[in-house]
Write a protein that binds this ligand. Sequence first.
Ligand code: SAT
Ligand code: MN
Length: 590
Amino acid sequence: MTNNTAVKTWIDEMAAMCQPEKIVWIDGSEEQLEALRAEAVSTGEMIKLNQEKLPGCYYHRTAVNDVARVEDRTFICTPTKEEAGPTNNWMAPDEMYAKLKALYKGSMNGRTMYVIPYSMGPVGSPFSKIGIELTDSIYVVLNMAIMTRVGQAVMDQLADSPDFVKCLHSKKDVNPEERYIVQFPQDSTIWSINSGYGGNVLLGKKCFALRIASYLGMKEGWMAEHMLILGLENPQGEVKYICAAFPSACGKTNLAMLIPPKYLRDKGYKVWTVGDDISWLRIGPDGRLYAINPEAGFFGVAPGTSEKTNFNALAATKKNTIFTNVAINNADNTVWWEGLDKNPPEDATEWKGARVNGKEYTAEGNKLAHPNSRFTAPAINCPCISKEFENPAGVPVTAIVFGGRRAKVAPLVYQARDWQHGVFIGATMASETTAAAAGAVGVVRRDPMAMKPFAGYNMADYFGHWLEMGKKMDPEKAPKIFHVNWFRQDENGDFMWPGFGDNMRVLLWILDRCAGKADAVESPIGYLPKEIDTTDLDIDDGVMKELLSIDNDLWLEDVANAREYFAQFGNRLPKEIMDELNKLEANLKK
Ligand code: SAT
Ligand code: MN
């Protein structure tokens, strides 16, 4: 497939270490992928689902100890610890290479090493970057073929260039004690071992498109962000694009595929999806910020996805989709998960593989699907996929939205005064943890720009890079920055805002602000809406008022917490961030 000597030398070296029985190049052809599906079914690695109801769909179950990203086993191996910063695990590259080489030695004995050339972004776009993943897992090959553009076209694009990200994955024996997800940013290298789960092994996703890419972006003057991209079309047919950053499993896929409330649909408003997880952003020749989605598919959380909550995502999973760790409905060999409907299948196989009476099992409080079970669906399946999805020049960004899962403190929406203030708002983002990463769920933690697990270098320098990017843009043309919180709770712990499609009401206020059309009130934290359109919405005026208000005491506690958080960066933290924090505190005390 190639005469590229850099590629060949590297593969020889990795093969000498992992000792696979054979090496197979993935050319991207449907015949090859189909043969791999058949092989995976024959070995039990995948289960073929009902081909009438779910054509081209398969099921995979991971090891029980391997169901989420493992942040405590994820490392950024920069030459010095300072370059990785206090929010990343670090080990000296030499030491880590030595440790991992011992683990990889013979790890592919008796197995096939698949070579997956892939492009993040449309092949040949000026935004795009190429990676090659070596893996001993067919499941990884088939997921990568959905999530990225793979095959010969990518090798042709690479030609004889050595400029590709070197990704090595071995499932080995899935031993959690020896599981490592390691980035070497200076070497454009990713080594992953002893996992078979999603973000740990689909190395184009978080490892490359965020960790390595954020480092490349800092060096090369662009940005890799944990952001969805959506286009909002008004009744005049104009489309404005919004990028929004939320931590994993906080509703990015739902927001990206939102269906507007009926009265807005009737007026002609529509939402188009460009991406649901990752944005690569560059300043265009006109001085505006442009975004592409480097991925080609959606690796979405299944539980909670229903016709009602996300019609478009569900529709996207009806063909050529791989389901991981959901439940199987044995009556017709289809899939089920909590929140799909209120009707758990009687004859079910739960995610760990036990055959159970699903009704009784769930009535006893058990879950049939793992809370972080996933679907891997081709983006082109999505009924609301944007016609700009493949545009190599990207889409111009009008607004950037940061958001977290906060029961208290953060109001429904507010706007930053300017770019610098917006960067501060992103940097102070906090959210309650979810099942997307191993560890306790529901604990509030600081997650700047939703990038805490994904920044490939010192987060203080990352804030500095955001500030630098702002200086390169004409303030008139730079996206306006906002913060939202769909998850505020009342004293009974009930969500105050309906969320889902009704989030459109907030997006419209945001775009009206960008167009200079909506009113706002100045507050200590930024601009709050005078009003959000609640036409046809059954919500109390009192609740609305509460959602758009701030509690100075709670905010002062948050300021103190942020000050503690920022202290870990020492004098590497840009002065502008501290200036904004001090300004916020002074405003709140006024
Ligand atoms: O497992 S992934 O990292 O791909 C998904 C997520 O956590 O957002
Ligand atoms: Mn994500």
